[in-house]
Design a protein. Structure first.
Length: 256
């Protein structure tokens, strides 16, 4: 390829790469109440996410090793975070768990599973290494100590997470960017978009439509999606955006 053509093609390549790795944005609190944002990763040479849950014996068993890995690599510019994988566990239990297992790094509460969805993590324990801009560089097991369910080695013989970090810090390609992690499944939280018929209409019909219907005393109807999503649907009733439907239907699906 001619040099000029190669140079002209670079913006297209970068644009495609940006689409393949959508920007990661989050604001998540850790178990100590400190809020963390993606911009604190900007100066990191790499970021490690360690997906855990309080009642998974496999992820609990890896807490000491992850502390050792953090101790070895944090001085080299790598950030570490535990991420609570099970959204049904009460926050106080997660806090107690983090203290009990003595994590050397923040344990994030991620109720909408922003990080699991972005990285593709599916089990606990599972490790992810990301670049400073959130691109996934490694996803999988920490090492091969757990050979299969119910079958473990006395000592690991392959150290996948350490190998990935060594490669990244040396500017090399990660030798095995995806490995199979064994553990407790991360159950995906239900983040389906609410709908008018299923979620909003029952509230309106129970609390509002006795008056807000044609022929009754209220000045407008709330019997339909279109009526409830109109400016009158909120502001005319209560004089401001405190009425539940106002503004809610933007981004809501009208169907069931």
């Amino acid at each position: 390829m001619h040099a000029a053509v190669r140079i002209a093609a670079l913006p297209i390549v970068f644009a495609i790469a940006a689409l393949a790795h959508p920007a990661l944005e989050f604001a998540l609190r850790d178990t100590e109440g400190v809020e963390h944002h993606q911009n604190e990763w900007a100066q990191a040479r790499a970021v490690v996410l360690f997906f855990v849950t309080t009642d998974c014996p496999l992820s609990n068993g890896y807490a000491p090793e992850m502390n050792r890995i953090e101790q070895a690599y944090a001085p080299r510019g790598v950030l570490f975070f535990a991420v609570q994988g099970d959204t049904t566990i009460p926050d106080e239990e997660v806090r107690r768990h983090a203290r009990e297992y003595g994590y050397r790094f923040p344990a994030l509460l991620d109720p909408r599973q922003v990080l699991a969805r972005h990285t593709g993590a599916t089990v606990t324990p599972e490790a992810v290494v990301l670049s400073a801009d959130g691109a996934v560089l490694y996803l999988g097991r920490i090492d091969n100590k757990v050979e299969d369910f119910g079958k473990t080695r006395l000592q690991a013989t392959e150290f996948d997470l350490r190998d990935a970090l060594d490669a990244i810090l040396a500017g090399r390609t990660v030798p095995h960017p995806r490995t199979r992690a064994l553990g407790c499944a991360i159950t995906k939280a239900n983040t389906a978009m609410p709908t008018f018929n299923k979620d909003i209409a029952p509230i309106l019909y129970q609390n509002c439509t006795t008056c807000h219907r044609p022929g009754e005393v209220a000045p407008f109807s709330l019997l339909t999606y279109t009526a409830a999503d109109s400016p009158d649907g909120g502001y005319a009733c209560c004089g401001g955006p405190k009425f539940p439907p106002v503004g809610l239907l933007g981004g809501w699906a009208p169907g069931a």
